[in-house]
Ligand binder design. Structure first.
Ligand code: 5GP
Length: 212
């Protein structure tokens, strides 16, 4: 069975990072795409785990080689999804999640229209603002930029198949698990096997179906 490509976006302060972390704890087989970035690491962030932290020249060289599935400039820094791990996971039947911004999601949608696009939002505007301020790892200038960008991000909601309100993390995660379950039951994934003639080799083999 081909893996599901999940794309998670949402405005800064929506709590995507936390939702993603808890989701991965609950679904240990879910692959996670580690992005490359030119942003400096925040305290506690590890290279190769949270991001691949690159110099701008390194990032641009990889971009030139076509190493990124998508890329975008966010708050003055470059971010990109390494192409190969995503392609390998999907071909190997592993589900994989990308936590990327809306510009990147639009590029992914062109290549993978079958991807599952999920937009995470906080319960209210006020909560959104408080979460961005509370994060505290950023300077006031960075916070102001992020608040400005949030409005723009919210306009991109139409690109997504689902919106998940992140009020209580556990319930946001439960909704995403439900989305994954439903997506795996889509008719399109079953047609190739179940609509082949009875005499076909694959149907007669007794092997469990390969649901594409
Ligand atoms: P942060 O610097 O706070 O970790 O991330 C800033 C923004 O960049 C977030 O909206 C995050 O989802 C987005 N981002 C992280 N990695 C990627 C990526 O590989 N591609 C794109 N397009 N956006 C990314």
């Amino acid at each position: 069975m081909r893996g599901l490509l999940l794309v998670l976006s949402g405005p800064s302060g929506a709590g995507k990072g936390t939702v993603c972390r808890v989701l991965r704890q609950r679904l240990p087989h879910l692959g996670y795409s580690v992005s490359a970035t030119t942003r400096p690491p925040r305290p506690g962030e590890k290279d190769g785990e949270n991001y691949f932290f690159l110099k701008r020249e390194e990032f641009l060289a990889l971009l030139e080689e076509g190493a990124f599935l998508e890329w975008a400039e966010v708050y003055g820094n470059l971010y990109g999804t390494p192409r190969r791990p995503v392609e390998e996971a999907l071909a190997g039947g592993q589900d994989i999640i990308l936590e990327i911004d809306t510009q990147g999601a639009a590029q992914v949608k062109k290549h993978y229209p079958d991807g599952v696009f999920i937009f995470v939002i906080p319960p209210t505007f006020k909560e959104l603002e408080e979460r961005i301020r509370r994060r505290g790892t950023e300077t006031p200038e960075v916070i102001a930029t992020r608040l400005g960008w949030v409005e723009n991000e919210l306009q991109q909601m139409d690109l997504y198949d689902y919106v998940v309100v992140n009020d209580v993390v556990e319930s946001a995660v439960a909704k995403i698990e439900a989305i994954i379950t439903a997506e795996k039951c889509r008719t399109a994934r079953f047609k190739a096997y179940w609509q082949q003639p009875f005499w076909h080799k694959e149907a007669r083999s007794g092997e469990p179906p390969v649901h594409r």
